[in-house]
Write a protein that binds this ligand. Structure first.
Ligand code: TRP
Length: 319
């Protein structure tokens, strides 16, 4: 199976990205033909700083590599390095009713959140469809908030095939199996890059300890709170089974001390990401090697995307 996915470089990757996406990507790279990109073109649809943008993009690439994505198995590249994505997007734009774009949940949420209604924000899902279809990928592993976008990619593939003849497979969203990690301060929202309480993969041990220590555990009217559930979810992901078991029993017996749970959780996270922090530093220290990964990734990606675009142009009468 061919798979494409990406993450916007709009902040340091955090535990939510790790459990929701990267962990799954690691599994997929061994069995499938995978393309993992940094979606820099999607990131410029919302405010960002051009001065730090390159560093931010490279940080995400370093995160990918340090987490264990391997250029030998996965094609790792930056979206804007492969111009075929935007070229194919134009073709798909002509097949997309604007009404469908106006109805997209993420678009409406962003406007409600105060974002400027620029055309890039509106056509964001068409570029995402082009990302996927350029590789004739069968699926995009995405979080729940992106499922609607993959469905648009699927509709566009169908429409293209119907109008011009079978060209694209119909991609399926591959939902991340991992549960969503929630915000530490507001456990009814998902952990995000913009929330200052998100635990970044790069956070120093002392920062991790401080953030976890401040996590909300209060229960409203007894029972387990969403905050506590969130802490347990992370504990199960990162701690040894015997540690998890000890706290689960304490919770059941009503004898749990949340301060102890938090200390154990912080320790587990610090321990789990120690090799990651070390590798990431080494990767960022060798700019030439990182450049090589990206040049090679873009070359491999363009081979496939270029072929798809050429075939598409011929199919629709542009060649
Ligand atoms: N829009 C996605 C997000 O914000 C990132 C993305 C861009 C993506 N292109 C993609 C994900 C293609 C999957 C497939 O999470």
């Amino acid at each position: 199976m061919r798979i494409l996915s990406g993450i916007r470089p709009s902040g340091t990757l955090h535990l939510g990205n790790y459990i929701g996406a990267i962990q799954q990507w690691l599994g997929l790279q061994r069995e499938h033909e995978v393309y993992y990109m940094v979606a820099d073109l999607h990131a410029i649809t919302t405010p960002y700083d051009p001065k730090t943008f390159q560093a931010q993009i490279r940080d995400v690439v370093a995160d990918y590599l340090a987490a264990g994505l391997d250029p030998k198995h996965a094609t790792i590249f930056v979206q804007s390095h492969v111009p075929e994505h935007t070229q194919l997007m134009w073709v798909l734009s002509s097949l997309t009713p604007t009404g469908e774009l106006n109805r997209m949940t993420q678009y409406k949420d962003k406007l409600r959140g105060g974002a400027l209604a620029n055309a890039g924000l509106l056509t964001y899902p068409i570029l995402m469809a082009a990302d996927i279809l350029a590789y004739r990928a069968e699926c995009g592993p995405v979080g729940e908030d992106q499922v609607q976008h993959v469905e648009l990619a699927r509709d566009l593939a169908k429409r293209f095939n119907r109008m011009f003849g079978k060209t694209f497979p119909e991609p399926q969203p591959l939902l991340s199996q991992g549960k969503r990690i929630m915000s530490l301060k507001e456990p009814d929202k998902k952990m995000s890059k913009t929330n200052d309480d998100g635990i970044a993969l790069t956070d120093a041990p002392a920062v991790i300890q401080r953030k976890i220590a401040k996590a909300v555990t209060a229960t409203r009217g007894g029972g387990t709170s969403a905050g506590v559930e969130n802490l347990f979810l992370m504990l199960r992901t990162f701690a040894e089974p015997n540690v998890v078991g000890r706290f689960e029993r304490a919770e059941r017996d009503g004898a749990i001390k949340y301060a102890e749970l938090k200390t154990a959780l912080a320790e587990a996270i610090v321990h789990h990401f120690a090799p990651f922090r070390k590798r990431r530093k080494e990767i960022l220290a060798d700019a030439t090697a990182l450049d090589r990964v990206l040049t090679d990734g873009a070359r491999r990606a363009r081979l496939i995307a270029g072929e798809t675009l050429a075939a598409g142009y011929t199919t629709i009468g542009l060649r």
